[in-house]
Design a protein around this ligand. Structure first.
Ligand SMILES: Cc1ncc(COP(=O)(O)O)c(C=O)c1O
Length: 361
């Protein structure tokens, strides 16, 4: 019988990794406030769009190479050159290509914490060295520390703004100071349309700026998987070299093209999310035992200030009531915090009354 000792052949970096845990696979009747999905976008609208796309799609053909169809649609939408756009199967895959392209073993990646977990995951996957600067206690950037740390030859600086899971957007001037660092500065704008401003136009001014976005949040297309990165053409060219042919399926490309052509519909949904976010913040602020942070995203960070109640306990109690939230207490500065996605009003009402009961008992 053929035998193999995989420990001898697996890449060392992979052997040290854990499989990324996701909490996405729950029965339909659970209220999903844990993944920052967008249920304001109506399923009939999306399925109409998908059916239209299917009619234009010849399944027998390979898709446009390097997601050319989606690249053209996105570049037109943003008013940038096609050569400035890279498209992948969700932003996570775009990041995978980015790190595969620009991270040598031992290269340094600077991130701020607490932030989105995939930056450290990809740094570890490609054998990079992680350098971490903590946010200030009010979640603002410690720009001095970031600049100090970057004297140490950094390949990538990754900043998420608005930041997941703290929910705040960093001031433009802070980001501009970070852009003076001699590194590729990657700005994750996954939630930017829920916030005040974008840095996307600055890709014309800073050749070391790469801005990343996704169709998972604002467009409610998390299941379709599409994300993109905008930067100067040289940044994109190397990423293209590190990409196998036909990596994004044609249906996804057609769907995002159609979604962009309906931007005013999605823009309306963004307004609804923001209104509901503020309503939910107010309702949560009325509960005893929690502190509610401001948000420029489609989720809200909440700190538990009631003795004897921990994020783990609260998450478990809510789950018993079929409501899912994210426990973020494993992250620095957030030991008492949970993250709640802004759901549809009826789901938020269920959450608020369940939370009230869980905090009482
Ligand atoms: C900050 C941030 N970046 C990237 C992603 C990944 O997005 P995608 O669904 O396009 O892979 C997420 C998803 O939650 C996110 O919160």
């Amino acid at each position: 019988m053929g035998k193999i000792n995989l420990k001898k052949i697996v890449r060392e970096e992979v052997a040290r990794l854990q499989t990324v845990k996701v909490e996405s696979d729950f029965p339909e009747d659970y209220v999903r406030l844990n993944m920052n999905e967008n249920f304001f976008v109506e399923p009939e609208v999306i399925s109409g769009l998908i059916i239209d796309a299917c009619k234009e799609f010849d399944y027998r053909r390979y898709p446009d190479n390097l997601a050319g169809l989606a690249v053209r649609a996105i570049s037109r939408f943003l008013g940038v050159e096609e050569s400035m756009v890279y498209v992948g199967n969700g932003l996570d895959e775009v990041m995978n290509t980015l790190f595969r392209t620009y991270l040598r073993r031992g290269s340094k990646v600077l991130i701020v914490e607490p932030t989105f977990g995939m930056y450290s995951y990809f740094t570890n996957l490609y054998g990079g060295e992680l350098k971490t600067v903590l946010l200030n206690p009010d979640f603002s950037l410690n720009v001095e520390q970031i600049i100090e740390q970057s004297k140490d030859e950094i390949s990538l600086v990754i900043v998420c703004s608005p930041n997941n899971p703290t929910g705040n957007q960093f001031p433009r001037d802070d980001l501009k100071r970070i852009l003076e660092i001699d590194a590729l500065v990657v700005l994750d704008e996954a939630y930017v349309q829920f916030a005040d401003y974008s840095m996307i136009d600055d890709v014309w001014n800073y050749e070391n700026l790469a801005v990343m976005r996704t169709f998972s949040k604002v467009f409610g297309l998390a299941g379709i998987r599409c994300g993109y990165l905008v930067s100067n053409p040289e940044v994109i060219e190397y990423m293209n070299r590190a990409t196998p042919p036909f990596h994004v399926n044609q249906l996804t490309q057609l769907i995002v093209k159609k979604a962009l052509s309906m931007w005013s519909y999605f823009e309306g949904k963004v307004k609804e999310v923001i209104e509901e976010r503020e309503r939910l913040r107010k309702a949560l602020a009325g509960l005893d035992g929690i502190k509610v942070y401001p948000s420029k995203t489609n989720f809200i960070l909440v700190k538990i200030v009631k003795e004897g109640v921990t994020p783990r306990i609260l998450k478990k109690k809510l789950m018993e009531r079929k409501i899912l939230i994210r426990d973020v207490s494993d992250k620095p500065l957030l030991s008492d915090c949970i993250r709640i996605t802004v759901g549809k009003p009826e789901h938020n009402e269920l959450l608020v009354s369940a939370l009230e009961k869980c905090l009482e008992s």
